[in-house]
Write a protein that binds this ligand. Structure first.
Ligand code: GAR
Length: 216
């Protein structure tokens, strides 16, 4: 590990295909950061296997063993802080974070959400987009604030919904987009081009009024 590089911890709950994209891009030297730790709140998260195979330290912290949200978050932070992360990457981490946790890592948490925020916060986005007959769908990387799926957006990957597309196919296409836009956003943060300040995302010293949009 290079001592000057950004230290990223990745939080997961499931398959970890986004985690895999980070692992692959770091290994291929397309992404300059170190993944110092992977934490899951589920024992059966396949992402834990992906991380172990890549030689990354893993930890599992089961939320149902804690009395409330904040005590889980405090235990999570104790575990994370041992790894001294500069950046937390939420990659399919299906937990709402407490205000305490968000403040503890103020401006250093990124999330990816499978929709063109502010449209379609919450769950089951692909089916909801199809049901509404939307033309466009995609995914958004944003800084995490206390507001669920509401922090300032940085980068959006957008694609056209195909006629009669099934939700599973749409989900697959959106995930392929995520595997590009999420490491790309982390690279901006790791190189110092991207920061969170005064409640906004700043890229190359300019306040982003809305996320940068890339069409796929
Ligand atoms: C991703 O598609 C991500 O956008 C979504 O979970 C999936 C995790 O996939 N996140 C959310 O829905 C958060 N609200 P992965 O485990 O294969 O990376």
């Amino acid at each position: 590990m290079n001592s000057n590089r950004c230290r990223a911890a990745i939080l997961i709950s499931g398959s970890g295909s986004n985690l895999q994209a980070f692992i692959d891009q770091v290994a291929g030297q397309q992404l300059e950061l170190d993944i110092v730790q992977v934490i899951s709140n589920r024992l059966d998260a396949f992402g834990l296997t992906r991380a172990s195979k890549a030689g990354i330290a893993t930890h599992c912290l089961l939320h149902d063993q804690f009395a409330d949200r904040e005590s889980f978050d405090r235990a999570l932070a104790r575990e994370l802080d041992d790894a001294r992360p500069d950046l937390l990457i939420l990659a399919g981490f299906m937990r709402i974070l407490s205000p305490w946790f968000v403040a503890h890592y103020n401006g250093r948490i990124l999330n990816i959400h499978p929709a063109l925020l502010p449209a379609y916060p919450g769950l089951n986005t692909h089916q909801r987009v199809l049901d509404a007959g939307e033309q466009w769908h995609g995914s958004t990387v944003h800084f995490v604030t206390e507001q669920l799926d509401g922090g300032p957006g940085v980068l959006q990957g957008r694609l056209l919904v195909a006629a009669d597309e099934a939700a599973a196919d749409l989900a697959r296409r959106v995930q392929a987009v995520e595997h590009q836009i999420y490491p790309a956003t982390a690279a901006m943060f790791a190189s110092g081009r991207l920061e969170y300040r005064a409640g906004a995302a700043w890229l190359d010293g300019e306040r982003l009024q809305q996320p940068v949009v890339r069409d796929f």
